[in-house]
Design a protein around this ligand. Structure first.
Ligand SMILES: *Cc1c(COP(=O)(O)O)cnc(C)c1O
Length: 426
């Protein structure tokens, strides 16, 4: 038996603190096992997971179909690098491109890598197709964005904690307010060196901000008008989380839940990660049509692990589970129920200002100053009561359970959340 099998929560936390870099501030709970919507700590206590590894575990913890796909592939072939072909990649590429309605995919591993890839593709397209003079191309981004942690990506973040003392920063980004169509139009009107507009269909890390209903349709139309790529970062919002297959189609009025074919809302460049593997393995992807993706030529971009056979097998299974288990529909239905239930409580609550979100990506705003630790204390109490959630920026708590939840489970969770919040009322 390994020494790691018999560890207490306290010991595990102390080891991480002593031997691991302090780049996170985890809630004090040490998890050992997960199944569906539940996780268990090393002392055997069971919790509802209301974070889902930042919306990676949409399909539920340890989904048997996805885990089996990984095990079976791991016993055959794990990594070839792209120096050689493997028998899984092509079939996966055909599967994912038809699933989302694009000509081609570029496989990577983490979300940040996929964002970097999208930026590189878009800049190249700007020079080689649009005709922007070399090294002059700009990408428009939004304030309070979260796109990952690389040096280039933090260059256009405005989170001081993520940026401080990591400069010098990468040039070529113009920041505009989120959910502001006019701000985008102003830049597009006055610049002819813009390659792309990078946007989150809903801002997840910033605190689950849902833009105006027509924001994505209007910004997409502006991008088309000015010959600028509309680049959607759906790493957190994509793959059924918001009650649509992609959140970028979540704001249109059409009843379809998968409008990947509608040009009104379809991103020119689509970035996926997190739930693309159901949380079992790092898999990310950038999708685009040939007129864009063909700027990528042999040697111009790559990744040793990107497109490896395990990733390919796992991603196919993870995407199949989304449709087999009808998770888009479930997220839509349970999300509406969740917000309705919480709104009933909030109507008379002194501790919660509001609930917002789409599908099962929601957040509550705590009625206290931004720098108070009330949201943190509520999350500790939620943990004691058997439900795991984490504050995002300011006094906001995100609620994002796995999408395999049942209605009864959701109602039980609403009970835990409301009871916990009530204990903080003054
Ligand atoms: C999590 C996230 C990323 C970064 O993904 P990593 O896998 O952590 O690199 C990028 N964009 C968005 C919107 C995210 O939520």
């Amino acid at each position: 038996m390994s020494v790691l099998n018999a560890i207490s929560s306290k010991e595990a936390i102390e080891l991480e603190y002593k031997y691991g870099a302090h780049n996170y501030h985890p809630l004090p709970v040490v998890l050992q096992r997960g199944e569906g919507v539940f996780v268990w700590d090393v002392e055997g206590k069971k919790y509802y997971d209301f974070l889902s590894a930042y919306s990676s575990v949409n399909q539920g913890h340890c989904h048997p179909k996805i885990v089996n796909a990984m095990i079976e592939q791991a016993q055959k072939l794990t990594l070839t690098s792209r120096a050689f072909h493997n028998d899984q990649l092509g079939a996966y590429e055909e599967f994912i491109t038809s699933y989302f309605g694009y000509d081609k995919v570029l496989p990577m591993n983490t979300g940040a890598e996929a964002v970097e890839t999208a930026l590189k593709i878009s800049r190249r397209w700007g020079y080689e197709v649009k005709g922007i003079p070399e090294n002059k191309g700009k990408i428009i981004v939004c304030e309070n964005n979260f796109h990952g942690r690389t040096t280039t990506i933090i260059s256009f973040s405005n989170d001081p904690v993520a940026r401080k003392n990591f400069g010098p920063y990468t040039e070529g980004f113009i920041k505009i307010p989120y959910d502001d169509v006019d701000a985008l139009e102003d830049i597009l009107k006055t610049h002819d060196d813009i390659a792309g507009f990078l946007v989150e269909p809903m801002q997840g890390e910033a605190g689950v901000y849902v833009p105006a209903e027509d924001y994505l349709i209007k910004t997409k139309a502006l991008c088309a008008q000015y010959n600028v790529l509309f680049i959607a970062d759906e790493v957190q919002t994509g793959i059924a989380r918001t009650g649509r297959l992609l959140a970028s189609c979540g704001n249109c009025s059409c009843p379809q839940k998968d409008c990947s074919e509608s040009p009104d809302v379809k991103p020119d460049v689509l970035i996926l990660g997190k739930a693309l593997s159901g949380g079992v393995y790092p898999v990310s992807a950038v999708l685009a049509n040939n007129s864009i993706m063909d700027v990528i030529t042999p040697g111009s971009h790559g990744s040793t692990f990107g497109g490896n056979p395990i990733a390919a097998a796992v991603a196919v299974a993870a995407l199949e589970v989304i449709k087999d288990d009808e998770l888009t529909e479930n997220a839509d239905r349970l999300g509406k129920l969740f917000r309705a239930q919480l709104n009933q409580y909030i109507a008379t609550s002194s501790i919660v200002k509001l609930v917002r979100g789409k599908g099962l990506l929601n957040a509550i705003v705590i009625n206290d100053t931004e720098d108070s630790d009330t949201a943190c204390n509520i999350c500790l109490k939620l943990r004691d009561n058997g439900l795991l959630a984490k504050p995002t920026h300011g006094n906001i708590i995100r609620f994002a359970p796995p999408l395999v939840m049942t209605e009864d489970q959701l109602l039980e969770c609403v009970g835990i959340i409301v009871q916990t919040l009530k204990s903080f009322e003054v």
